[in-house]
Design a protein around this ligand. Structure first.
Ligand SMILES: [Zn+2]
Length: 882
């Protein structure tokens, strides 16, 4: 394990390599514990580079057994090899030369799951961000692009499949019991997109004909026996390929596209050129074992990785600081894809919920960093919601500022201008400036300034002058390393809604630019006046969540209810309901802390019940309306000094009041939102199930008995209904015999399905309250618990730390110490996974003082741990310092 403290890398220090890599030839002789890798690399010295400059290659835990220059051994005095670096001196000044490096690696011992490793008898690679250097010494950085030829030699019986990137060149027998296969990827790529898979897997195949008429073979590889669960992923892949042609004009560029699903994987999936490797959680689905959310995730992630072929692979990143260039943009593309496949408004609501519950806390805590960071110590720790989700929001804002046509022109220019490049954020933004003629200099601050902007707004209607005046002020909070901020260009979609629900059209606007329905906030303080407004309007601002900001606008309950009922923008209707609900939930938490009775605003109850009973609105939207802001949202709004127990109890009390007031509505919904017949994962059916299960949850508060949930559990014919009923039983009535029986039935029925057993762990990890910690500890001794499987660890330890707000934040701090022990243990095997789970404590500073002290003590326990990895020490130090 690498235990040294990594160097801090700065964006400002970027410079190109001294040597240009022309091509890569790799030969793997696979062996479970002694795989031999021969890398033949052809370089030439870059123009202008000093003739004495050495070649410096990256490594990580490498063991080199051979080193040749143009097939001759390099004398000992001319190179230095350590486990993490190879330096070669005295290389030719003017002509290309070939370096041949032989290394021996042990895929079985590789529990970090970076580089080449073995999982379930399969050889598999993960090279992003810096895994390739665990295979051979290499200029392991994204701006070094070359075509790759890969030869794989292995025992034939256990490894009938030998896969790598690009097109298949051929294969044959190779000595006794062995065979080989050769692959060539003509598209120059950086090493992080390299992939190799070997082993014995089942396969499902199909074809796709591209817009220019080329037939592409599509192959999805899974463990034998799991082939019947691949159909939805294959369908999603074909829809993604079609959509990218229609929406972005992008066609696939190899003869074959392969996906391999493995069960031990640190992330969701990886977009290796032509050979995506997936966590099988995002490939496998059937009605009996996958929920509607699983289906939606599979669709989105299959699309995301496929879309990377253009945004990430054909155009890659110059350096890891530009990660948002591929990730933010590709998340934006997969969000748009899902919006086109499903309900756009419902999709947007789900995105914003996720952004606010995951990215906003990151942006407000010690781990805050810009969408494009300027320094890092461990790049693995920057695969964050800020880079991905806020990065996507920044792309969305460009589309909002420019409008659909100019945005498309900018994207086309980007593809034309930078195909084959390793690019920067500046390159990307410049394409939109050139295509639109609009200056995006101020807008680009979104890439560089961390922190969620706070926009404070007040409005005033002058009846005599028929004007509506808005005063806006923006403030970007200080974040680690950035104490002062410049005002940003914030695009705010808006409407002035009149009494009858129609939208006012101002005759003139002064004090700010309004293009279409987009108000451009560019100053720190701005006063904007709309003329020709005949009666007092209700302002609907930041419609569609056009900017990822916190908005403070003291609107009356009546105005919010007006928006919730009348806005033509469904997102704005949902947002208004949320804004109605939040003050009630916050007040409820305060009242619980003070020992006072909780009361809910009748306007909220009336508006909510009216909307959920409105059959003209799609069920999925109504389900979103019923899902009140979560405990993390309430904690975020309360800011400092929050008490998770009070937040939890307050939220329950508000739900109970709504449930009692709407009991009849919920009974009607529960009965009417059935989806008879065979299960279909389509969006409309999923929406009905979501609304029905929301009604069931509220009824558990109105009826205060597990009976209805137990009946639902027994009757469920799909995993969505079954797992929701089980979660309701376990989390609302943990001690009821019905709940214990259901957990046991579920475990027995699905004991051989790892992905479903993950759900069984998560549901129990989220049972709230003091008993949660003991339960999690007991579950760690369950025969199903596998400490080396990242999905399993996330489903129990991760779910508990991230989402069980009362159980994890128990006042005595015992759960923080438990997490500290777990992090130290996981870190020994899999530092990336340990670092990721540790970020569950990112908001520790906003806890009330007693809990915050316990949290700090746990972080110090981790910091003092022996042999801490660079991944974990980076996170823990930033959390303690920031
Ligand atoms: Zn991605």
């Amino acid at each position: 394990m690498r235990t040294d403290i990594g160097q801090i890398v700065h964006l400002a220090d970027y410079r190109p390599t001294d040597f240009v890599l022309e091509r890569v030839d790799l030969t793997f002789e696979l062996d479970p514990t002694e795989t031999k890798v021969e890398a033949r690399l052809i370089f030439h010295r870059r123009d202008g580079v000093d003739a004495s400059a050495p070649l410096v290659l990256d490594g990580d835990e490498l063991n080199m057994t051979g080193l040749l220059l143009d097939q001759d051994e390099i004398p000992a005095g001319l190179f230095d090899a350590s486990a993490d670096q190879l330096v070669i001196r005295d290389l030719p000044a003017a002509v290309p030369f070939e370096i041949t490096i032989t290394t021996i690696i042990n895929p079985t011992a590789n529990t970090k799951l970076m580089g080449l490793y073995r999982t379930g008898g399969i050889y598999c690679t993960q090279c992003e961000a810096e895994g390739f250097r665990r295979i051979t010494y290499f200029p392991d950085r994204p701006d070094v692009l070359a075509p790759y030829t890969v030869n794989i030699i292995a025992e034939k019986a256990p490894n009938p499949l030998l896969l790598s990137n690009g097109n298949f060149l051929g294969g044959a027998g190779y000595g006794e019991g062995k065979h080989f296969a050769a692959w060539f990827d003509p598209h120059p790529k950086p090493s992080y997109l390299f992939a190799l898979v070997a082993g014995d897997l089942g396969m499902v195949e199909d074809t796709f004909v591209t817009m220019s008429g080329r037939e592409v073979a599509l192959k999805i590889y899974v463990e034998h026996g799991k082939e019947p669960r691949v159909a939805y992923a294959m369908d999603a892949l074909k829809r993604s390929m079609k959509w990218d042609e229609e929406k972005f004009g992008r066609e696939y560029d190899l003869d074959i596209f392969m996906i391999v699903a493995v069960s031990d994987f640190n992330m969701g999936a990886m977009e290796n050129k032509g050979l995506n490797v997936f966590n099988d959680k995002y490939v496998l689905a059937d009605p009996e074992t996958a929920t509607d959310a699983d289906y939606a995730n599979i669709e989105a992630i299959i699309a995301h990785e496929y879309f990377h072929n253009w945004t990430g692979n054909r155009i890659t990143c110059r350096d890891w600081f530009q990660l948002c260039l591929k990730e933010g943009l590709t998340v934006y593309r997969d969000h748009e894809f899902s919006a086109d496949q499903r309900s756009r408004a419902v999709k947007r609501i789900a995105e914003v919920r996720h952004l606010k519950s995951e990215q906003f806390p990151e942006d407000a805590g010690p781990l805050a960093h810009p969408v494009r960071p300027t320094k890092f110590r461990e790049i693995n720790n920057f695969y964050t919601t800020t880079v991905y989700e806020k990065g996507s929001e920044v792309t969305r804002m460009i589309a909002t500022l420019l409008g659909a046509d100019l945005f498309k022109a900018g994207m086309d220019l980007y593809f034309d201008r930078h195909d084959g490049d390793a690019s920067t954020v500046e390159d990307f933004v410049k394409c939109f400036e050139d295509a639109s003629g609009r200056d995006l200099k101020q807008f680009s601050l979104w890439y560089d300034q961390a922190g969620t902007p706070l926009v404070t707004v007040s409005g005033h209607y002058d009846a005599a002058a028929s004007t509506f005046t808005l005063q806006l002020e923006q403030m970007i909070p200080a974040t680690p390393g950035q104490s002062t901020k410049e005002p940003m260009h914030i695009p705010l979609r808006m409407a002035l809604i009149l009494d009858n629900g129609s939208e006012a059209s101002p005759s003139a606007v002064s004090g700010g630019e309004l293009t279409g329905d987009v108000l451009h906030l560019t100053e720190r303080k701005q006063t904007v006046t709309f003329s020709g407004i005949s009666s007092r309007p209700v302002l609907s601002l930041n419609r569609g969540f056009s900017a990822p900001i916190n908005l403070h606008f003291d609107q009356s309950s009546a105005d919010l209810a007006h928006i919730a009922r009348h806005d033509s923008d469904w997102f704005a209707r949902w947002q208004a309901l949320t804004d109605l609900a939040l003050p009630n939930l916050m007040q409820a938490a305060r009242d619980i802390q003070l020992g006072k009775a909780v009361a809910c605003d009748p306007v909220l109850i009336a508006t909510l019940l009216e909307i959920v009973a409105d059959d003209s609105l799609e069920p999925a939207f109504r389900a979103q309306a019923l899902a009140l802001p979560g405990e993390a949202d309430i904690a975020r709004e309360l800011g400092a000094n929050n008490d998770p127990d009070a937040i939890h109890a307050g939220r329950k009390a508000i739900m109970a009041e709504i449930a009692r007031a709407g009991q009849q509505t919920f009974v009607t919904l529960y009965d009417s939102m059935q989806t008879p017949g065979a299960f279909s994962p389509d969006a409309a059916s999923a929406g009905k199930r979501a609304l029905r299960n929301s009604a069931l949850a509220y009824l558990s508060y109105a009826e205060e008995t597990p009976a209805r949930a137990a009946t639902a559990f027994a009757a469920a014919n799909n995993m969505t209904d079954l797992s929701q009923a089980l979660a309701l039983l376990a989390q609302r009535f943990p001690d009821a015999p019905e709940s214990q029986a259901a957990l046991s039935t579920f475990e027995t029925r699905f004991s051989d399905n790892a992905l479903v057993i993950d759900k069984w762990f998560s549901i129990q990890a989220l049972i709230p309250g003091e008993t949660a910690l003991a339960r999690v500890k007991t579950l760690m001794h369950s025969p199903h618990f596998i400490s080396t499987n990242p999905n399993r660890v996330r489903s129990l330890v991760g779910a508990f730390a991230f989402s069980n707000t009362t159980g994890f934040n128990r006042a005595d701090g015992a759960a923080y110490q438990f997490l500290a022990e777990q992090i130290l243990d996981i870190d020994k095997r899999n530092p990336q996974l340990a670092a990721r789970i540790l970020t569950a404590m990112r908001s520790w500073r906003s806890l009330e003082p007693v809990r915050a002290d316990h949290a700090r003590a746990a972080l110090l326990t981790i910091e003092r741990g022996a042999g801490l990895s660079g991944d974990v020490s980076d996170i823990v130090e930033r959390m303690l310092k920031g």
